[in-house]
Design a protein. Structure first.
Ligand SMILES: Nc1ncnc2c1ncn2[C@@H]1O[C@H](COP(=O)(O)OP(=O)(O)OP(=O)(O)O)[C@@H](O)[C@H]1O
Ligand code: SF4
Ligand SMILES: [Mg+2]
Length: 400
């Protein structure tokens, strides 16, 4: 494929909805302003508020993105006056950095706040508080023009390749839309050339540009989503469960494609998944989230071979092993993840933790501490082994 250089300009085209839930429309901007006006001020008396400057686990090398003490509370409103009666604490004070060229895996159960983190980073939703520094600029300080320019460098691939592509637009229009938005000075033939290049880059024929999304399989649709995200030559991609909706056989192909693109284009990824096995091969480091907080963050090897947090141990024990001769003890966590509307006091994991001790675990929020170089965990008893079990089905956590 000819790799002609792509010349960025400063287009002023209107945002068209090629993807649902994607880039914001003017209505979104107004809604965001309303959200910002109505946003619940963070109450420092709340139990979950940190008392000290948060630790920010950075990767090796120059940081491209640094997230500091990020919170996103969704207000719950009641009555004719729409008074805020409670907050859904979707993200509750998380900090991490992503170094240039690395992949940070972000893993956690459904509802732990992963998508909210990804959308806050791109300001598709407005965070309640915190800082998001991209190349040393706080994204939250940018006005709409600067934010649009910044978004050329930060793009997102959505989880659901069926819902995220506009069924009424051709593939060529979908992939070409970011070019119209960000590089409006490109002529029609230059844009068509660029779309053809992008389709080839993700392993699709340029002839597909006249077809519609429903004519493609899930894996092909996700490739279209990746091509669209790459259109502006970004440096950073949020990959929100990009393979979760795909068949297992197709998952590996898409993960391999993402790895090849990363090598070729020098991309940096935040790779969101709910399963540790999905991010194992692609991640440089992995962060484990639970109820809006980071429980553990470490390099891939350290996290998989020597996890320190009981929640990580439980997640790892659920990862299937291909060799039937290898016996694993499964740690079964009782119950579902609690609601972020009313998270447990102290350590948010204490209602399901097999080694919780009281009163400390229900009274004191464990800070994220660097226990070994580059290996962070938020647990008062990090590294303690879980109780042994004789149950062949695995260990059932004893609830307090
Ligand atoms: N717009 C919203 N208004 C109110 N609550 C919301 C909103 N968006 C998300 N939430 C809540 O925030 C919490 C975190 O949601 P989020 O989608 O970030 O989780 P997730 O880890 O991505 O889950 P999944 O694995 O299911 O995608 C959930 O309890 C969810 O119900
Ligand atoms: S702080 Fe306590 S409840 Fe939380 S994970 Fe550690 S041992 Fe379990
Ligand atoms: Mg999600």
């Amino acid at each position: 494929m000819p790799d002609t250089p792509f010349i960025p300009g400063d287009g002023d085209a209107k945002l068209a909805p090629a993807i649902t839930g994607g880039l914001p429309t003017p209505a979104d901007q107004t809604a965001r302003q309303r959200d910002r006006d109505a946003k619940p001020a963070h109450d420092p008396r709340e139990q979950s508020a940190p008392q000290t400057t948060p630790v920010v686990p950075l990767g090796k090398g120059e940081p491209l993105l640094v997230v500091r003490d990020l919170r996103k509370y969704f207000p719950v409103k009641r009555g004719v006056l729409a008074r805020v009666v409670a907050n859904v604490k979707a993200v509750d004070g998380i900090s991490f950095g992503v170094a240039r060229g690395e992949t940070l895996g972000l893993v956690g159960e459904s509802g732990s706040g992963k998508t909210t983190v990804g959308r806050c980073i791109l300001r598709l939703i407005e965070p309640t508080s915190g800082r998001i520094e991209f190349e040393n600029t706080n994204v939250l300080d940018l006005d709409s023009g600067d934010l649009r320019r910044m978004r050329r460098n930060m793009q997102i691939v959505f989880q659901d390749p069926y819902a995220s592509l506009n069924p009424r637009m051709t593939v060529g229009a979908i992939v070409g839309e970011p070019l119209a938005i960000h590089f409006g000075e490109l002529g029609a033939s230059e844009r068509a050339d660029r779309v053809a290049q992008l389709l080839e880059k993700v392993g699709l024929s340029p002839d597909y540009r006249k077809r519609y999304p429903h004519e493609f399989s899930g894996g092909q649709r996700q490739r279209i989503g990746v091509a669209r995200a790459l259109a502006t030559n970004p440096k950073f991609l949020v990959l929100d469960e990009p393979v979760s909706a795909l068949d297992v056989s197709v998952q590996a192909q898409v993960v391999n494609l993402l790895q090849d693109l990363q090598d070729e284009l020098g991309l940096t990824y935040l790779f969101i998944a709910h399963d540790l096995s999905v991010v194992e091969h692609i991640s440089t480091r992995v962060a484990v989230m639970y109820l809006g907080k980071v429980m553990e963050l470490a390099g891939r090897g350290a996290l998989y071979e020597d996890p320190l947090h009981p929640y990580t141990k439980a997640l790892l024990s659920a990862v299937p092993v291909p060799d039937p001769a290898v016996k694993k003890t499964r740690i079964l966590l009782k119950g579902d993840i609690p609601t972020p509307l009313n998270p447990p006091s102290g350590c948010v994991f204490h209602t399901r933790c097999p080694i919780a001790q009281f009163p400390i675990c229900s009274a004191e929020v464990p800070p994220l501490v660097e226990h070994k170089p580059g290996h962070f965990a938020a647990c008062h008893f990090a590294g303690e082994s879980l109780p042994a079990t004789t149950d062949p089905e695995g260990l059932t956590a004893t609830l307090p």
